[in-house]
Design a binder for this molecule. Structure first.
Ligand SMILES: [Zn+2]
Length: 270
């Protein structure tokens, strides 16, 4: 069993029982994995490790194609709900890290000033994160797998493989179920590394408020066709304000500085 598999099986165990013991083991395992990664010269950006920093915040929402747990955190009260997603794409790990940091900030430091409910899902695609691939374990791009009117079975490139049918993937269906359950007032998904605030649906004003803090360009188009994308599913076809925050290609500490208040101003005070 390699370290990644150990972490995976540990995360799975932790979701069921023996919470306190598991948490202790988790910390040790995360430390060992971190040392291993540093020693082997790898980047230490796996957001699954960062979940362990405050593991008490996270509950299991569902599982990936390979049976890995997909975690979420819900905080705040009220009818107005914001959904925040990271790592639709497994090779965009800084997005997951940013969502985890944001959940920690809101839960541990700003809960008293929170005006609405927020649901954080930092790692939608844990199989892709484990394999450092854009796609999930079935080789499908989740962000081309939503059942939109323009869904197409044809992939323009292999990395954009839309899957055998719309919503064929468990990760896609899990996201769709959340929209159905929470009827969100705003959705933000965090990606890398196009350095832009892209929006779908009635979210221009929200994107511009974020841009005042992070200075990113605001754009209604990502610049290429995206059939079956989440933005089209949620923003265009369901008229839910949907922001796709594309981080620049910088270290997580820098993008966190750029986006901490940009995110808080639109997700925490609705
Ligand atoms: Zn992406």
């Amino acid at each position: 069993m390699n370290f990644s598999q150990q972490l995976d099986s540990f995360l799975l165990t932790n979701s069921t029982n023996n919470f306190y013991l598991s948490q202790t083991i988790m910390k040790h395992l995360a430390a060992i994995l971190l040392l291993f990664l540093i020693a082997s010269g790898c980047q230490t950006s796996d957001p699954r490790i960062e979940l362990s920093r405050h593991f008490e915040l996270w509950k299991v929402l569902g599982s990936s194609a390979e049976g890995q747990p997909i975690y979420y955190n819900e905080c705040g009260t009220g009818d107005s709900v914001v959904l925040v997603f990271g790592c639709f794409h497994g090779d965009e790990q800084e997005g997951g890290q940013l969502v985890i940091r944001l959940a920690e900030l809101v839960n541990l430091q700003r809960a008293d000033s929170l005006k609405n409910r927020i649901v954080f899902v930092p790692i939608v695609n844990p199989d892709g994160v484990a394999q450092r691939t854009r796609t999930n374990a079935n080789g499908v791009d989740i962000n081309r797998n939503f059942p939109t009117k323009n869904w197409s079975a044809e992939a323009t490139e292999k990395r954009y493989t839309p899957g055998p049918s719309p919503a064929s993937e468990p990760e896609t269906r899990l996201v769709m179920d959340l929209l159905e359950r929470y009827k969100p007032a705003l959705i933000i998904t965090v990606h890398t590394a196009l350095h832009v605030i892209n929006y779908d649906g009635p979210a221009k004003e929200i994107a511009e408020r974020m841009a005042k803090h992070n200075g990113y360009r605001v754009s209604a188009s990502i610049g290429y066709p995206t059939p079956g994308s989440f933005g089209t599913y949620a923003g265009v076809e369901r008229n839910i304000p949907t922001i796709t925050l594309e981080l620049p290609p910088v270290a997580i500490d820098e993008s966190w500085e750029q986006n901490r208040e940009a995110m808080w101003t639109v997700i925490g005070r609705r």
